[in-house]
Design a protein. Structure first.
Length: 401
């Protein structure tokens, strides 16, 4: 019972532990809202921007010292655009960035995820209008009530994204080796739903399929043309083959703490391609969504397949020779070429896999690493690679394939 009570208390306290005592937005009318860089940095940029725009981080540096260095200085990457022009907000690139009042060649508004409140933007405008005062000294001791993470960090779209890409300091430093809490940092289980550690869809999505495949792109991208690997959906759909699990192309972790999964010092945010546990154990990943030496995408006889994540929907002729590829029939195994010249259909010998219309009848039996023979209504048997019976009006007696 005690453990249950403690978990409930942690669940109630976790937001405060993560975010500080209050999640309220900056109040421009508050007594400490002086029109100085200290207020702008400590009350606005620190909680909203400094995860990225900090000393040694992404340009521009919006710390106190970095902001001072941006006065009357052109923006990197946007020649002619001055970051802060004292007395003129509209001429200040920094101000136009937070308002979204940009030309087509000036990039995207900031912050990326959620715009600053209108009152906060107006406060920055007034600070610039009145001269962009730097007449203050940041209080280095003002840390007692400040949370480690900025306001809003507990949102899944923020800390989940940073954790997946390895952008944040290793969470285990505060939350414990197994993320079960340490010191003042909460147990991650106190906020996340039960079973989240083993539930792939909890982090990787599952909007398309309950299996979680295709996973949500680690970088949060939604546009199909921008995805890191566009073919995830085709591999999981199972229209022409079994719905492949992750282990076909990756080392599938057992939970979130599996070594090399979330916490991967060498290649954080990278889903390494490892074919060893799948059908294409000899496959090679060439980078940028391109693979070779595959059994999958091959001719069914060896590891000869190649694939690129830009490939469209494949037809029968894309891997092995199909019914219309007459000149390529000789590349198929055994007596395929002879039987196809005599106008036999695939369904005559692979009835469970292909129907009479030439469509895949059971995806689970296609590209599964096995030869699935099914003679349908034909009176035919096959033993030790020899066929006996009647098929296509011809009697067979121990005919060698």
């Amino acid at each position: 019972m005690k453990k249950t009570v403690n978990r409930k208390l942690l669940l109630l306290l976790a937001p405060a532990l993560l975010l500080g005592c209050s999640e309220d937005e900056f109040d421009p009318t508050a007594a400490d809202a002086t029109l100085t860089a200290c207020t702008v940095v400590e009350k606005i940029f620190a909680p909203k921007c400094n995860d990225c725009h900090k000393p040694g981080g992404d340009y521009p540096d919006l710390s106190y010292d970095g902001l001072a260095a941006l006065i009357n200085v052109e923006s990197e990457g946007y020649p002619g655009q001055v970051q802060v022009v004292p007395g003129d907000p509209e001429a200040s690139f920094l101000y136009r960035k937070i308002t979204g009042n940009l030309t087509a060649d000036e990039g995207d508004p900031m912050p990326e995820k959620k715009a600053l409140p209108d009152a906060t933007i107006a406060f920055i405008a007034q600070w610039i209008q009145e001269g962009a005062s730097m007449d203050c000294t940041p209080d280095p001791t003002n840390t007692s009530t400040e949370a480690y993470h900025p306001a809003g960090y507990a949102e899944a779209t923020v800390h989940g994204y940073e954790m997946e890409l390895g952008l944040e300091t290793d969470c285990r430093q505060c939350h414990g080796d197994n993320l079960q809490g340490a010191d003042d940092a909460p147990d991650c289980d106190s906020c996340h739903q039960e079973g989240w550690r083993e539930d792939c869809t909890y982090c990787h999505g599952g909007a398309v399929s309950d299996s979680g495949a295709p996973p949500r792109d680690l970088a949060g991208l939604m546009d199909l043309t921008m995805l890191s690997f566009k073919a995830h959906g085709q591999h999981e759909a199972g229209d022409a083959h079994p719905a492949y699990e992750c282990e076909q192309c990756h080392d599938k972790p057992t939970d979130v703490m599996t070594p090399g999964h979330i916490f991967d010092d060498e290649t954080a945010g990278v889903a390494e391609v490892v074919f060893s546990a799948g059908l294409s154990a000899q496959g090679t990943y060439n980078g940028n969504g391109s693979c070779s030496n595959l059994y999958c995408h091959g001719n069914g006889r060896n590891n000869s397949g190649t694939a690129d994540h830009d490939d469209g929907q494949l037809d029968c002729n894309a891997c092995h020779a199909g019914p219309t590829a007459t000149t390529a029939w000789r590349t198929m195994s055994g007596e395929h070429s002879k039987h196809m010249r005599e106008r036999l259909a695939c369904t005559d010998c692979h009835n469970s896999t292909v129907n009479s219309a030439g469509a895949i009848a059971q995806a689970a039996l296609h590209v599964n690493g096995q030869v699935d023979l099914d003679f349908g209504t034909n009176d035919m048997t096959r033993t030790n690679n020899r066929c006996t019976g009647t098929c296509h009006n011809e009697r067979h007696t121990n005919e060698t394939w």
